[in-house]
Design a protein around this ligand. Structure first.
Ligand SMILES: [Fe+2]
Ligand SMILES: [Fe+2]
Length: 250
């Protein structure tokens, strides 16, 4: 067998097994891959760990019982935070509007990525492929709108009207997940499975992209194949933005 054929087969095997059989080892390998890639850039790597201190702090398991959260609790608490940030962007101005939008953008990118990789393969079997696929498609549309907003001037009326449209799409999507998908997963899984889901969601979010990638959004398989690279590029981009903010003269 030629070397090329062997590589094609290996890639095909990874393609077919990744979403359905993802376990801690896959996720850890995924995290290691991003860390190894990041370590190759010694100037940027230290910053990669500090670009999202606020999100990292809010998502850290606390001793007041949030460490006992199951996977659905983790996703629901992120929904609360997404709603708060949507409202804040809608009412903020200037620099505050910009920084809140970027916080929302990073949280949404990581949240939807974790849902597509960890939650959706489960909900496909609990609520059905059609509903799971409808949620994936909504996430793809959200990624498309988010990417569009990211390229706009936030001080314009155009941004505000596009953002209002985006907010409606996000609110509708969160509501759909909370009405049907989350309850079906929670009632079909054991406590241990739901607890495991929480740790998987947290691991994926630590290494997920922080910017929207509409081309791969909506597909767990495409996410698995491209995320380590997209995540690295996003973190370098975030680190360089943070650096420019700290030292605007550079
Ligand atoms: Fe979602
Ligand atoms: Fe969600």
């Amino acid at each position: 067998m030629t070397r090329r054929k062997t590589a094609e087969l290996a890639s095909e095997r990874a393609y077919t097994r990744a979403p359905a059989e993802a376990d801690e080892r896959d996720i850890q390998r995924f995290a290691d891959q991003v860390a190894a890639l990041a370590a190759g850039d010694s100037d940027t790597a230290p910053d990669l760990l500090t670009v999202r201190p606020r999100l990292r702090e809010e998502q850290k398991p606390r001793e007041d019982g949030s460490a006992k959260q199951d996977g659905i609790d983790v996703l629901l608490s992120q929904h609360d935070l997404i709603r708060q940030l949507l409202a804040r962007v809608g009412s903020a101005q200037g620099e505050c509007k910009e920084s809140t939008f970027h916080e929302l953008r990073a949280l949404l990118a990581m949240h939807e990525c974790a849902e597509e990789i960890i939650l959706r393969p489960v909900s496909k079997s609990t609520i059905g492929i059609d509903v799971a696929e409808a949620r994936n498609q909504e996430e793809k549309e959200i990624a498309r709108l988010l990417a569009e907003l990211e390229g706009m001037d936030m001080s314009t009326g155009d941004f505000d009207s596009r953002f209002a449209e985006f907010e409606l799409a996000v609110q509708d999507h969160l509501g759909q997940e909370e009405r049907d998908e989350f309850p079906s997963v929670r009632s079909a899984c054991s406590e241990a499975q739901l607890r495991k889901m929480a740790s998987r969601v947290r691991v994926v979010e630590r290494v997920a992209p922080t910017h929207p990638h509409p081309v791969v959004a909506g597909s767990a398989t495409a996410q698995w194949m491209t995320i380590p690279f997209a995540a690295l590029i996003d973190r370098i981009r975030d680190a360089s933005l943070a650096h420019r903010k700290r030292e605007p003269g550079d």
